[in-house]
Design a protein around this ligand. Structure first.
Ligand code: GN1
Ligand code: MG
Length: 362
C-alpha cells in the first residue's frame, strides 16, 4: 500500500499551475490508481502499468465529462457542478500532466459533502447507485463527439481473460499453481460461459454503446447528507462496449451480501432484496434505452462478469499480484474465491432472478 504521498507531487501541481506547496493527503480508493486530496482538488496518478497510454485516457475523460455536462444542462439538471466531474486543465489547456517518470496525472475538482459506498450497499443506496449508472448510459446514448480511444483493448472479453489465466497457470511464475488447483478447476469448468457471452455479442443483437466498464458502488458519489446519487466517477475505462458488462458488474458488486475480499465464504451470496433494488433503480433510468436482447441477458451478464472478475483476480494471484493492489498475502486469491462462490450462488438463483427481471418489465 502506498501510504505516503509521492515525491513528484509538487512538480505535478506546478504543471497544473497550482502552488507546489499545497499539502497532499492520500485518499483511499480503488485497486489501480493513486488519489490525493490537494486543497479543493483531487489529484490522481494513473497507474502506468495498467494504462499504457494515459494521455488517451485523459482525452477520453475530457470528452466524456464535456458531453455529460452539456447533456445535463440541456436536461435541466440542477446543481450540475456537483453532478458531473470537473477536470481542471493545465495552463496550456491539456486534460492532464505527465510526471518525469512518464506517468500521467489529472486534477479534478474535489466535491465536498459526498461519500462513496465501499461495503455492501443498503437497499436505498442500491437503488440510487443503479439509477446513477442508468442515467449515465442514457446521457451517453446520444454522444456524437470524436470516437473514444480504446484505452484497454478487450477489457471485458472474458474469453481473452481465460486465455490469460491459462497462460499464467502454464508459466506459473510464482509457483502458486498447485495451491490453487481447486480454483483453477472451477475456472475451467465455467469457461463455456465466457464463450457463450462472446458469441452473443458477435451475433449483433446486443448494440454497442458507450459504457462505463467499472460499474460498482465505489464509483458513484452520493450526497453525504441525503444519500442521493450525485455523480458517476472513475471514467478511465469509459469506452465502446455493451450495457451488459455494466449490468453484470452492478449485479456482482451491488447484490452480493459480502465484501469483494471477504474471507468467510459462507457470507457470500446474492441478496434478492438488493437485486430487486438494483432492478428498480436501473429500470427507472435506463429502462427506456434497453433493447430486448439486453433485457433477455440481464442475469446472464451478472454470471459472466462475476466469472470474469474471478478469473482476473486468480490470474493476478498466479502472476504475483502485479495488477491489483493488495494489502495482505493471498488477497487476490481471497477475492477470486468470493467471485467464484458468488457465481455458484447466482447459478442456483438464476431462474428466480430471471423472474424478477421479468416482473420489473424485462
Ligand atoms: C478495478 O479502478 P478500480 O480499482 O475501481 C478494475 C476493474 C475491476 C475492479 C474490481 C482498470 O477497478 O475492472 O472490476 O477493480 N479496473 C481496471 O473491484 O482494471
Ligand atoms: Mg476503475
Amino acid at each position: 500500500m502506498d501510504l505516503m504521498p509521492r515525491p513528484e507531487i509538487p512538480e505535478v501541481l506546478a504543471r497544473f499551475g497550482w502552488d507546489p506547496a499545497t499539502p497532499a493527503i492520500v485518499e483511499p480508493g480503488g485497486h489501480i490508481n493513486d488519489s490525493y486530496r490537494v486543497g479543493d482538488g483531487l489529484l490522481q496518478r494513473l497507474n502506468p502499468a495498467v494504462f499504457r497510454n494515459g494521455g488517451e485516457v485523459l482525452s477520453n475523460v475530457a470528452l466524456v465529462t464535456a458531453h455529460l455536462r452539456t447533456a445535463a444542462i440541456a436536461a435541466g439538471w440542477p446543481d450540475v457542478e456537483r453532478r458531473v466531474l470537473t477536470l481542471i486543465l493545465t495552463p496550456q489547456g491539456a486534460p492532464g500532466a505527465r510526471a518525469p517518470d512518464g506517468a500521467w496525472w489529472r486534477l479534478c475538482r474535489y466535491l465536498t459533502g459526498t461519500r462513496t459506498v465501499t461495503r455492501t450497499p443498503t437497499r436505498g443506496e442500491a437503488v440510487a447507485i443503479a439509477a446513477a449508472f442508468g442515467e449515465f448510459h442514457q446521457l451517453m446514448a446520444d454522444y456524437q463527439g470524436p470516437e473514444l480511444a480504446v484505452v484497454l483493448p478487450d477489457f471485458h472479453d472474458p474469453v481473452q481473460r481465460v486465455t490469460a489465466l491459462e497462460q499464467v497457470a502454464h508459466s506459473n511464475p510464482e509457483g502458486r499453481r498447485e495451491a490453487v488447483a481447486a480454483e483453477l478447476a472451477f475456472a475451467r469448468s465455467r469457461a463455456g460461459l465466457a464463450v457463450r457471452f462472446m458469441e452473443l455479442l458477435s451475433g449483433g443483437e446486443v448494440p454497442r454503446r458507450i459504457v462505463h466498464n467499472d460499474a460498482k458502488p465505489g464509483n458513484v458519489l452520493l450526497d453525504a447528507r441525503t444519500g442521493e446519487a450525485l455523480a458517476v466517477i472513475d471514467l478511465d475505462t469509459v469506452m465502446a462496449g455493451t450495457l451488459l458488462t455494466d449490468v453484470g458488474d452492478l449485479i456482482r458488486s451491488v447484490a452480493c451480501a459480502a465484501r469483494e475480499d471477504e474471507v468467510n465464504l459462507a457470507r457470500v451470496h446474492v441478496r434478492r432484496d438488493l437485486f430487486t433494488a438494483l432492478l428498480q433503480g436501473w429500470f427507472r433510468t435506463a429502462g427506456t434505452i434497453m433493447v430486448a436482447a439486453e433485457r433477455a441477458h440481464w442475469v446472464m451478464a451478472g454470471l459472466v462478469i462475476t466469472y470474469e472478475q474471478g478469473v482476473r483476480f486468480l490470474t493476478d494471484h498466479l502472476a504475483g499480484d502485479r495488477y491489483y493492489r493488495i494489502s495482505r498475502p493471498g488477497h487476490n486469491l481471497d477475492r477470486a474465491r468470493v467471485q467464484f462462490r458468488l457465481l455458484e450462488d447466482l447459478e442456483r438463483e438464476q431462474a428466480g432472478l430471471e423472474r424478477l427481471v421479468h416482473l420489473a418489465g424485462g
